[in-house]
Design a protein around this ligand. Structure first.
Ligand SMILES: NC(=O)c1ccc[n+]([C@@H]2O[C@H](COP(=O)([O-])OP(=O)(O)OC[C@H]3O[C@@H](n4cnc5c(N)ncnc54)[C@H](OP(=O)(O)O)[C@@H]3O)[C@@H](O)[C@H]2O)c1
Length: 241
């Protein structure tokens, strides 16, 4: 796989799956731009990449910030978006202000990014989004997450027709051991990780690198389009009594 002469934009690229993808794209010769809303994290991430890599500030829930990001770039070949502010919460407590919900943080941010991106993405380029297992297996407190994931997956599929030949795909990761879980207390996190490992057929949690490999495969394989690709190690059947 080779990404020479390709411009790769990774929104959320300072950490986790985004950074692992930035590292791999950088190794494969791509010109990498990482974008995120924390300049300090952007700086640290950039220091680990080759000299050709660049970073940009963007807040994905702010359309002006998104426009500013794209106006600072020339033609882009591939875009991978991992940034998605917000998270789980009970339906009963959900805000009626759409801007305060995960629908906005996850789905509307991608909508705004894509609106700006299609003006300057190469016609042989690709845009890849991330959803997750809650699309099909919601648990209590994931109503808006599941709804946002469905919206993202439907959006990606429909965009392959609307904006052909630009390719749109979605990676649906399983349980990934990334900094994403750092908000939890260590003990709680260990319990959660152990529980989830027991449900995965390959008997390990996923890594950001597992997702990065899929993101790069999508970028480099121009026949992958309109797909929802699960990268989850295989699911063991639920135990029944
Ligand atoms: N880890 C898992 O098990 C898992 C499973 C399924 C799906 N996912 C989804 O996969 C995505 C990536 O996960 P990850 O593990 O790579 O997590 P991560 O390391 O937290 O990556 C998300 C990145 O997006 C940035 N970001 C957040 N809000 C932003 C904003 N408003 N504007 C710009 N950048 C923003 C974060 O910056 P800060 O850290 O500074 O906020 C962070 O760098 C997430 O959307 C998550 O929901 C994760």
């Amino acid at each position: 796989m080779n990404l020479e002469n390709k411009n790769i934009l990774i929104i959320g690229g300072a950490t986790g799956m985004g950074f692992a993808t930035a590292e791999l794209a950088d190794k494969l010769g791509g010109k990498v731009f990482i974008a995120g809303h924390n300049n300090e994290k952007n700086k640290i991430a950039l220091s680990k990449l080759s000299n050709s890599a660049e970073s940009r500030f963007v807040n994905v829930v702010d359309s002006e910030s998104i426009d500013k990001l794209f106006s600072s770039l020339q033609q882009i070949d591939h875009i991978f978006v991992t940034a998605a502010p917000g998270g789980t919460g009970d339906f009963i407590d959900a805000s009626l202000e759409i801007k305060n919900t995960y629908i906005y943080g996850k789905f509307w941010s991608l909508f705004m990014i894509t609106k700006a991106a299609v003006k300057q993405i190469s016609l042989s380029g690709s845009i890849t989004f991330i959803t997750g297992g809650f699309t099909e297996n919601p648990t209590k407190g994931t109503v808006l997450v599941s709804a946002a994931f469905h919206a993202v997956e439907g959006f990606a599929k429909a965009m392959t027709i609307e904006m052909a030949p630009i390719r749109f795909n979605v990676i649906r990761p399983g349980f990934i051991d990334s900094g994403f879980w750092d908000f939890m207390k260590k003990k709680e996190r260990e319990i959660l990780f152990k529980e989830n490992k027991g449900k995965i057929a390959v008997n390990r949690l996923g890594t950001s690198e597992d997702i990065a490999k899929m993101a790069i495969s999508i970028m480099t394989n121009s026949f992958v389009n309109g797909q929802i690709i699960e990268v989850n190690g295989g699911k063991l059947p639920e135990k029944t009594v």
